[in-house]
Design a protein around this ligand. Structure first.
Ligand code: SF4
Length: 326
């Protein structure tokens, strides 16, 4: 099973979406699920054509609202593996509310956010992740909007799973996608995706290797070292994290990545690493915590309601009884 549909793929030549599609197609068989038990729900944008290109169920829905449709599916069909595919414009502008509340509620779904820092489908306007000063068709003298730090936003919205990968890093992306697929709850995966037509090379700095690299890949249980031959590392500084030269610190001072810690402040600090004016981008599984899911709670309430008589309700509403909230 390769999950490839018969639809002609219609993205621009060189678009990062192709490699994401190829990676998802090679990951899906590893889940051991029937194709009819997998659903991809999208909103509007270049990335939202994704469901056409997979031989699974799919919904090409409305702008920014894919998480709401996915919430309904997740609550009513626990037998399905529910995925949302969205872009930075779709999920962070018109769909901002729907995204943060799906994460806050911990609805059992995987949200793949393709972040190309531009509106591609409408031909090159700035998006909520475009950098300050960005010149686009809608910001001809430069954007004055501060962009979202998407990872900080997801962690602030109480996401229980937060991961990130570069489109071109098929190994890293597969690793994050597989873990997201197996997570119970809302899994947010940001995929840094090149749009060669309207925002070419926006992640080139992250694709460099050695001393010029601004990318830190984290793995649970491993010390966080990076740069040319591991010359840089992450250490604790007060309540936060800092970057240091590996040769200047004791091995025991280097932070060992703990994706499973309940404390979201650690993941939040990872999402905002900078040093001497340079901003670093963390990839990998940054956070993977356990919390009850919205859909389990909703199903439990529905099944209890089916066994509830009008007299029971009267007692709950007007008596001393209260229902236990999960
Ligand atoms: Fe890809 Fe950009 Fe073309 Fe959209 S406009 S298909 S994001 S290259």
């Amino acid at each position: 099973k390769d999950f490839m549909s018969s639809q002609e793929v219609r993205w621009c030549p060189g678009c990062g979406d192709y490699v994401i599609l190829a990676t998802v197609r090679s990951m899906l068989p590893q889940l051991g699920l029937k194709r009819e038990n997998i659903v991809f729900v999208s909103g509007i944008g270049c990335s939202s054509r994704f469901p056409y290109y997979l031989e699974t169920y799919g919904v090409h829905s409305i702008h920014g609202r894919a998480p709401t449709i996915a919430t309904g599916l997740s609550v009513t069909r626990p037998d399905l593996s529910v995925w949302v595919v969205t872009g930075d414009g779709d999920s962070l502008s018109i769909g901002g509310n729907h995204l943060i509340h799906a994460l806050r509620r911990n609805v059992n779904m995987r949200i793949l956010m393709f972040n190309n820092r531009i509106y591609g489908l409408t031909k090159g306007q700035y998006s909520p992740t475009s950098e300050i000063g960005k010149i686009t068709k809608s910001t001809p003298v430069g954007s004055i909007d501060a962009p979202f730090n998407t990872m900080s936003l997801a962690i602030g919205a109480e996401a229980t799973f937060v991961g990130r990968a570069l489109d071109s890093d098929r190994t890293g992306l597969s690793e994050v996608l597989l873990a997201a697929a197996q997570h119970r709850g809302a899994a947010f995966v940001e995929i840094l995706q090149d749009c060669p037509i309207f925002n070419d090379g926006s992640f080139d700095l992250l694709r460099k290797e050695g001393a010029e690299s601004r990318l830190i890949h984290v793995r649970h249980g491993e010390p966080i070292v990076f740069g040319a031959e591991g010359e840089l590392c992450v250490v604790r500084k007060g309540f936060g994290l800092n970057i240091a030269r590996t040769s200047d610190v004791e091995p025991g001072d280097i932070v060992v990545h703990d994706a499973h810690t309940d404390d979201p402040e650690y993941a939040y600090a990872l999402s905002r690493l900078s040093d001497q004016g340079l901003t670093y981008t963390v990839t990998g599984i940054v956070r993977q915590a356990v919390r009850p899911t919205y859909d389990d709670g909703a199903r439990e309430q529905v099944s209890r309601a089916k066994e509830t008589t009008p007299a029971d309700l009267q007692q709950v509403l007007h008596g001393n009884n209260t229902w236990t909230v999960l």
